[in-house]
Design a protein around this ligand. Structure first.
Ligand SMILES: Cc1cc2nc3c(=O)[nH]c(=O)nc-3n(C[C@H](O)[C@H](O)[C@H](O)COP(=O)(O)OP(=O)(O)OC[C@H]3O[C@@H](n4cnc5c(N)ncnc54)[C@H](O)[C@@H]3O)c2cc1C
Length: 435
């Protein structure tokens, strides 16, 4: 075993939930480490090449503010992102997002370990003591007082032996997965409007079995000649095994080639197009949902239920990409923001592990609403903001949720007011993290 590292908080996974949790804990003066399987932080919007963060608002209803909103506004103010749907969604090139996240990690002196996979957790009774992380140079042990599972798949909680749910209740099958790919070389001046292209796609006989057609320009400026295509769909493969992920990828690569041919033949402006990238990360929508002290239900979501211990709000529609391969479209509309209770991020059987991001405790349908990025970030923000109090009480179940929420309302993150290229914050005195 290589030398050990020690942090107050270890965040496993650096998607938008993980980086938000890390920033919130670091803003509070805690030493924070983040481990990430890919070389770049950002999760699906970066390594999944999606470039979209949605779910802030719906019509005039605001669900998500705080760090996620400030982060989106900063990207907008820097001209890196396109704000869409009245502020509900931002769309940006993954490259722009990753550099912004690296700035954030640098500013707070968060220890970021890329190319590092969580492979085990060590426990003493119900307390997690350290993570075993497979790095290029070998396996390293990283200790922490609090662990935050932001792996999307709930890997940390599963390794800690926490119970989880998976897939729809009838047969355990998960929502379809998508490999995002980028098409370059478009002649934008000759291309029909987006809705017209969709009409052409839907009017033809197709080999790709899913009735789901979404693509968006990667916003490199007004004349962007690249689109990110969200149209491949893989079903019936296990997102929690290497074989399953590989099978999904192979299916989607074939579908992408078919799609390119289709576009080149049928749609003006695509004649000389090519696939310039497949996303490194498979776009898994759905895997483990870690069983918490409460399970958020579709009824809670649709009725806009609010909770005493809520830590975030969601307002995204129920949107199940069916495991059978037929996209349901928008499942059911959410009319008013619903609350997400703290008990949805407290896994059973452990005292110092929280969930942030898409693997929180929900039923199958509620999950299809909470999995949206702005909500994942809002949940991550609470997890990071609660870290100091959890560390001092020694138990995730012994904190005052309302007090932490009040603290969050007052927090303005130094990262957002610091001038560009501001020097990093000094390390907390007790931070033993090594370079
Ligand atoms: C095809 C597709 C389209 C979508 N469209 C939208 C959209 O338009 N707008 C929107 O807001 N949301 C969209 N979503 C949903 C959203 O992107 C995800 O639900 C959200 O990104 C989940 O965030 P997360 O931080 O929980 O997980 P992720 O973004 O998956 O991040 C988890 C991170 O943990 C890392 N990791 C996993 N396991 C380990 C391990 N064992 N060790 C180390 N690191 C690990 C991963 O590499 C990853 O970087 C879409 C999802 C998909 C798949």
């Amino acid at each position: 075993m290589l030398s050990e590292l020690e942090y107050d908080v270890l965040v496993c996974g650096s998607g938008m939930a993980g980086i938000t949790a890390a920033a919130a804990a670091a803003e509070d003066g805690l030493s924070v480490g983040v481990i990430e399987y890919f070389g770049e932080p950002g999760g699906i919007p970066v390594s999944g090449r999606l470039g979209s963060i949605s779910g802030f608002t719906r019509l005039d209803q605001v669900a998500v503010g705080g760090f996620p909103r400030a982060f989106a506004d900063r990207l907008d103010a820097r001209g890196k992102a396109l704000v869409q749907s009245g502020g509900s969604n931002i769309n940006l090139p993954p490259t722009a997002l990753v550099s912004e996240i690296f700035d954030l990690l640098d500013f707070y002196r968060i220890g970021f370990y890329g190319y590092s996979k969580l492979t085990g957790l060590e426990k003493t009774q119900d307390t997690v003591t350290s993570a075993l992380v497979a790095m290029k140079e070998g396996v390293r042990r990283i200790g922490a007082k609090l662990f935050i599972d932001a792996t999307g798949d709930g890997d940390a909680a599963a390794l800690a032996g926490c119970p989880f749910m998976k897939g729809r209740p009838s047969d355990g099958k998960v929502q379809s997965a998508t490999l995002i790919f980028i098409i370059g070389g478009l002649d934008r001046a000759r291309m029909p409007e987006y809705m017209e292209i969709r009409k052409i796609w839907k009017s033809k006989v197709r080999q790709v079995p899913i009735n789901h057609s979404v693509f968006q320009f990667v916003p490199h400026g007004e004349n962007s000649s690249e689109i990110a295509v969200n149209m491949t769909h893989a079903v019936n493969a296990d997102p929690l095994s290497s074989a399953g992920l590989t099978a999904m990828r192979r299916t989607c690569v074939k579908q992408a080639e078919y799609l390119l041919d289709f576009f080149r033949t049928e749609i003006p402006g695509f004649e000389n197009a090519w696939i310039s990238q497949f996303a490194p990360q498979m776009g898994v929508r759905d895997s483990r949902r870690i069983l918490g002290d409460c399970v958020l239900t579709a009824d809670d979501v649709l009725s806009g239920r609010r909770f005493e211990d809520e830590i975030a709000l969601g307002v995204w529609n129920i949107d199940v990409h069916s495991p059978d391969g037929v996209h349901t479209g928008v499942g059911q509309a959410v009319k008013a923001p619903y609350g997400i209770p703290y008990r949805c991020i407290t896994p059973k059987g452990v005292k110092n592990l929280l969930i942030a991001g898409r693997s929180i405790s929900c039923d199958f349908e509620a999950f299809s609403s909470t999995r949206i990025n702005a909500v994942c970030m809002a949940v991550g923000e609470f997890a990071g903001s609660a870290a100091r109090e959890i560390i001092s009480s020694g138990d995730i179940r012994r904190i005052d949720v309302k007090k932490i929420r009040a603290k969050m309302r007052d927090t303005s993150y130094r990262f957002f007011s610091a001038p560009r290229n501001a020097p990093a914050l000094p390390r907390p005195w007790y931070d033993p993290a090594r370079e």
